[in-house]
Design a binder for this molecule. Structure first.
Ligand SMILES: [Zn+2]
Length: 244
């Protein structure tokens, strides 16, 4: 069953009321959620599902379900090491308060948005990426000699210090087909077929397809440093960043 993805319209929502629509081996599905499911290189959210009677289920991870827009909240494995078998304590129809670990998510929102900025400083096709709460990276199809850590760090921090609002915009498949230059990320083509595609615009700097969670202004990212540049393969020159 599709889940209403509240984070898509407001990444700053920390919690919401929801109803349990499915409890399976993989985890718990809700009719609506603030939990972002792992995708586009960004880790899934962790947090809590709480019932009014005090029952609380710790959510360790969030994954995409089988149906489009279905999201599975994966409970922490029970103590004792046995494999998690869903959350027998919650049942379909239960009303819960769903709350994410905000500090962790906000760190990922800042680093994720920083990768957009990074992709404007390093002008080359993106061949991969990953976002964790404490570090993030992009892989570029570029010559190693084009990647200078000090120069990249200065360029990214200059844009962040200047600040720029971000905005989600939607375009049709046909509009994207007419502007293929929008797709920087060769490894993850935006999903077609739903009729419309979500883009992130950073005013005056960048516009590219992305379904992730972003900060409202790149100034919120704060200072970052380039922690490592490494050759991970012919088409994967990796730039890793972390908070300064
Ligand atoms: Zn993004």
């Amino acid at each position: 069953m599709p889940t209403e993805l509240l984070f898509r319209d407001d990444a700053y929502l920390r919690s919401c009321g929801a109803r349990v629509t499915a409890v399976g081996e993989r985890g718990i599905e809700l009719d609506r959620t603030v939990f972002y499911a792992a995708s586009g290189g960004q880790a899934g959210d962790s947090g809590w599902l709480r019932r009014a009677d005090g029952l609380a289920v710790r959510i360790a991870d969030t994954r995409k379900g089988e149906a489009p827009d279905a999201i599975v909240h994966v409970p922490e494995a029970p103590a004792g090491g046995e494999a998690s078998a869903g959350a027998p304590a919650l049942a379909v129809g239960d009303e819960v308060h769903a709350e994410i670990d905000w500090d962790r998510r906000y760190a990922m929102m800042r680093l994720h948005t920083c990768l957009h900025v990074l992709s404007c400083v390093v002008v080359a096709p993106v061949t991969g990426g990953n976002i964790a709460p404490d570090k993030a990276r992009l892989d570029f199809d570029v010559d190693m000699s084009a990647l200078d850590a000090a120069r990249i760090e200065a360029g990214v921090n200059e844009l962040i210090a200047r600040g720029a609002p971000t905005e989600t915009v939607w375009i049709t498949d046909a509009e994207l087909d007419a502007r293929p230059e929008l797709v920087k990320t060769m490894s993850v083509q935006p999903p077609r077929g739903a009729g419309r595609i979500r883009l992130l615009r950073i005013e005056g700097i960048d516009l590219q397809p992305c379904g992730g969670t972003h900060v409202r202004d790149i100034g919120e990212i704060g200072r970052v440093r380039v922690t490592r540049i490494r050759n991970e393969g012919r088409r994967n020159k990796r730039v890793e960043i972390a908070f300064a």
